[in-house]
Design a protein around this ligand. Sequence first.
Ligand SMILES: *Cc1c(COP(=O)(O)O)cnc(C)c1O
Length: 304
Amino acid sequence: MSITPADSAGRGELLTPLSAIPVMGCRLDHVTLLRLDRIDGLAPGNKVFKLRANLVEARRRGVRRLVSFGGSWSNHLHALAAVAQAQGFESVGLVRGEEQETAMLADARQWGMRVVRLSRGEYRRRNEAAYLEDVARRYAPCLLVPEGGSNDAGARGCEEIAALVNQLAPQISRIVTAVGTGTTLAGILAGLGRPAEVVGVAALKGARDLEKRVQDALASRGGGFAPRWQILHDYHCGGFARVTPQLREFVEAFESVQGVPLEPVYTGKMLFAIHQLTLGGEWDRRPVLAIHTGGLQGRRGFDW
Ligand SMILES: *Cc1c(COP(=O)(O)O)cnc(C)c1O
């Protein structure tokens, strides 16, 4: 699966400068999108970056089966199934709860993923060492990838996003990305290698351990130069995958003015944060590079 601009969209096509037509009372023409959602493959976005170094690790270990965790709309499992099929791996998706069948799971199955349902109780143990040993034995020989692709290899893979940023928009020093586990943010920070202000917008409510997770990921990358960074915690709109009427109105207005698809779980909240901070005057109008991390398959889970 190609994830470099040379392989897929041309360089220019990965950058979308936003138009000056106001979105809900605010011009956003200081914002340029980095369109990871346009990167080639069945499951575009940030998740293929996180998986790439994991696949290298699987090959190094001579393992042909990838096993991971996720919800029934997981962008991560969706990408894992796609990448596994494209690169000749088997994949097993351990899916939370007895949630409904979804278009995501249908795609994943079509790409050969074996979907296994876990009870909510079992799913809760997904980060416990003893449980993971048990799972690794159950599917041996396999490479276990944590939920969301949030391991060191995942962060390493996301350094390539920083390389793209530096290649395509070296002059922009305010960079914004959505944050779930913080792996993508950590990779960008580790890979950027130049002074900048990097802002993460948390998609989860009250995820107060995120800063520490990012710090730990950076430390395990060797603790080299990292730009200034912070995570904003006020734009979760009620919690993970929750949508307020205001967020929905923003996403719909943004899409119709800018002609760029968003989804409300991550990219909608990130751009909503930029919109609110600009509208309220808390941010000046210096150039912003907003990373469109994809996730559009999940948009199918919202019936609007
Ligand atoms: C998973 C995901 C994120 C968050 O990435 P993390 O590395 O977990 O912080 C952001 N945007 C989209 C669209 C995602 O699918």
